[in-house]
Design a protein around this ligand. Structure first.
Ligand SMILES: [Zn+2]
Length: 380
């Protein structure tokens, strides 16, 4: 693991990575590369205590205003394609989310009772040994070796931003990914973050790397958190089955489940808005209290939901939906394929989520059953 410490080297790395833009063969590739570089800036800003000046950053990445406009135009186009498919399966998702939320709420809260967090640090050797054995268990030790030996995993022991834990960035030119982990420590918590990020690595490395397909998957689909959350689920089972730091794993996993539950609720809230709120991004300009007013009738206890909306961070359609469907799809993958995940190839298009769930009869009832089984593992 490479310590992401030397700021001067990093800045140099950022500026030199902007040269990748000159190697792009077409507009699609330019979009993917600009996005990669922008994310690189963002990740590095957020893991280190540096803030690049926005204008300078844009100049480095896009060169000039014309290029910038061309790329944002293309991104808008992807965004509207994503909205189209979102509109098509919005009512399906709404019903799906609602049924889950109603059914799991009490069970989740009962498990949540009396939790206390312990944070013991592992030794460096133990940390890597556990992770290596886990990757071996899911037959991906060669993938780990590759990322390890080629210094593609970066970590810092502190961060600027408490919401961010890790990033996986896919370089569309050399088709390689790299991982950035913030607030890293040799802890159970960081083990889960690493597993999550390796889910993304697996996802990108098994994706047809044709740039158009990548862009469609990355900008238009809601399924790109599926494998990352699946890997969290797999690590949790692995730790329990092998009796490794069980108590601490349960605490960590519970806090992850609570986060994901909030994201599902947020996705449900977004599914309650009329389509016109999404055109021209109107939903983003709603204040928290306006949003609460619009959706509160759908909830039994209005004050609870108003409170939730007011105290939660910004709503974002893409991230809420990717985590909600990541959670849903991954629980099915976990139960259908178990340790055969590496053989699984799910078609990664947005519309296919609904088709996949319907064709395989994976309704909310099935989800709830698996979810409750998972909660039993957390209960002490
Ligand atoms: Zn992720």
């Amino acid at each position: 693991m490479v310590d992401l410490g030397d700021k001067r080297k990093l800045v140099h790395f950022l500026i030199s990575s902007c040269e990748l833009l000159n190697k792009c063969k077409n507009e699609d590739e330019k979009v993917a590369v600009s996005n990669y570089i922008a994310n690189l800036y963002y990740s590095i800003e957020s893991v280190l205590n540096i803030k690049f000046i926005e204008k300078k950053k844009n100049n480095n990445i896009f060169g000039n205003r014309r290029n910038y406009r061309k790329i944002t135009k293309k991104l808008d186009c992807y965004y509207y394609n994503m909205l189209d498919s979102f509109f098509q399966f919005k009512s399906f998702s709404k019903d799906y989310f609602q049924q889950i939320l109603v059914e799991v709420e009490n069970d989740l809260q009962s498990v949540n009772d009396g939790i206390y967090y312990t944070f013991s640090n592992l030794s460096k050797d133990d940390f890597f040994d556990i992770f290596y054995q886990f990757m071996r268990f899911i037959h991906l030790d060669k993938l780990l070796d590759y990322y390890w030996n080629n210094n593609l995993i970066y970590s810092v022991f502190y961060s600027n931003n408490q919401n961010d834990l890790g990033y996986t960035l896919f370089n569309p030119i050399n088709k390689e990914s790299s991982i950035y982990i913030t607030d890293f420590s040799y802890s159970i918590h960081s083990l889960f973050v690493l597993a999550h990020e390796f889910g993304h690595i697996y996802d990108f490395s098994s994706l047809d790397q044709n740039i158009t397909i990548f862009n469609q998957y990355y900008y238009q689909s809601f399924s790109d958190e599926t494998y990352s959350i699946l890997f969290e689920r797999l690590l949790f089972r692995y730790m329990l089955n092998n009796n490794i730091h069980v108590e601490e794993c349960r605490d960590n996993y519970l806090s992850m489940l609570l986060n994901r539950h909030d994201l599902l609720l947020r996705a449900y809230i977004l599914s309650l808005l009329d389509n016109n709120y999404y055109l021209n991004d109107n939903y983003l300009s709603l204040s928290r209290s306006e949003l609460a007013n619009i959706v509160k009738d759908h909830f039994v206890t209005e004050s609870d939901i108003t409170d939730f909306i007011i105290h939660t961070y910004a709503f974002d359609l893409r991230s809420e939906y990717t985590y909600a469907f990541g959670d849903i799809l991954s629980i099915f993958l976990k139960n259908q394929y178990d340790d055969l995940v590496y053989d699984f190839n799910m078609k990664r298009a947005n519309l296919d989520i609904q088709k996949y769930l319907v064709d395989n009869r994976l309704g909310p009832t099935e989800y709830i059953k698996y979810y409750k089984d998972e909660l039993k593992l957390i209960k002490k």
